[in-house]
Write a protein that binds this ligand. Structure first.
Ligand SMILES: Nc1ncnc2c1ncn2[C@@H]1O[C@H](COP(=O)(O)OP(=O)(O)O)[C@@H](O)[C@H]1O
Ligand SMILES: [Mg+2]
Length: 239
C-alpha cells in the first residue's frame, strides 16, 4: 500500500526499554525526499527517537509508519525489511576496523542477500563514487581520516538504495571544514536520488548554511521550530 509520508508518527510515545517515556505524544511527518533536522540538548531524546524510527525501541500506541511499515504490528522480519529501506549514519562511524573499505561494504551487501560477485563489485564502486572514495576501496578504515571514514559510512548507508537516511549527529566528531564536506555530499545525494534525510545535529553552522525544516526535542515534547526563531546558541549547546 502506498503512503504519503516516509515517516508518519502520530501520538507516539518514545519509550526506553526500561519503560521510561523520553518523548510524549509526538507527531512527526516526513515527506519522501524531504530534508529535516532534529535538534535539542544532550539527553533530550534525539537518539531515542531515531532508535524508535529504526525499530530498535518499541512503539505501543498511536500511528507509527516508516517507509510503509507499521511499527505497531511489524514482526521481526518486517523490521529487517524496513531496515533495508533505511540507511543509518552515526557520530562514531561504526565501521568494521578489521577489514578493508571494500570488505565493510561487501559484508552489508551479503548480509542483505546480494550473491553475485560482479553485482557486488559494481554496487560498491557505485556508492564509493558518490562519496568520492573509489580509490580507497582497498584501504583499512584506520588509514582514513575521520571525514573519509564518515564518507564510507554514508556509502554503506546507500548500498540498498534507501528511501530514508537517518543520521545521528554525523558531524559530531569532525572539524568544521570536514563537516561541511559531509553536508555537501549528503545534500547532493538527497537531491539526486531523493532519499529523505532526517539528521540530528548540534551544529548550528549546518543549520544556518543548509536551512531546512527543524524539529526540537525539549522537556519530553517534540515541537516544530519557527523558521524565523533565533536559535539560542548557549541554550542549544548546554548539556
Ligand atoms: N539505553 C538506555 N536506557 C535507559 N535510558 C536511556 C538509554 N539511552 C538513553 N536513555 C535516556 O533517555 C533520555 C534521552 O537520551 P537520548 O535519546 O540519548 O538523547 P540525545 O540523543 O538527545 O542526547 C535520557 O534521559 C537518557 O538518559
Ligand atoms: Mg544522541
Amino acid at each position: 500500500m502506498e503512503h504519503k509520508y516516509i515517516i508518519d508518527f502520530q501520538h507516539v510515545d518514545v519509550t526506553q526499554h526500561n519503560g521510561s517515556v523520553v518523548l510524549q505524544d509526538i507527531s512527526l511527518q516526513l515527506e519522501p525526499g524531504e530534508w529535516m533536522y532534529l535538534i535539542g540538548k544532550v539527553g533530550s531524546g534525539k537518539t531515542s527517537l531515531i532508535h524508535t524510527i529504526h525499530g530498535r525501541l518499541p512503539v505501543r500506541k498511536g500511528t507509527a509508519r516508516v517507509a510503509g511499515f507499521n511499527l505497531l504490528t511489524a514482526k521481526a522480519r518486517h523490521i529487517e525489511q524496513l531496515r533495508r529501506r533505511m540507511g543509518v549514519v552515526f557520530q562514531d562511524f561504526q565501521l568494521l576496523y578489521d577489514r578493508t573499505v571494500y570488505a565493510n561494504l561487501a559484508f552489508v551487501l551479503r548480509a542483505t542477500g546480494w550473491r553475485t560477485k560482479r553485482k557486488i563489485d559494481e554496487r560498491i564502486m557505485n556508492v564509493l563514487e558518490k562519496v568520492e572514495l573509489k580509490r580507497k576501496a582497498g584501504s583499512m578504515p584506520h588509514q582514513l581520516s575521520g571525514g573519509e571514514q564518515q564518507r564510507v559510512a554514508i556509502a554503506r548507508a546507500l548500498l540498498n538504495s534507501p528511501d530514508l537516511i537517518i543520521a545521528d549527529e554525523p558531524t559530531g566528531n569532525l572539524d568544521t571544514e570536514t563537516s561541511d564536506d559531509i553536508l555537501k555530499i549528503l545534500r547532493e545525494i538527497n537531491r539526486n536520488e531523493g532519499p529523505a534525510v532526517l539528521m540530528a545535529t548540534h551544529n548550528l553552522t549546518i543549520l544556518k548554511n543548509y536551512p531546512a525544516r527543524t524539529m526540537r526535542c525539549e522537556r519530553g515534547a517534540l515541537t516544530g521550530l519557527d523558521i524565523d526563531e533565533e536559535i539560542d546558541m548557549d541554550e542549544m549547546l548546554e548539556a
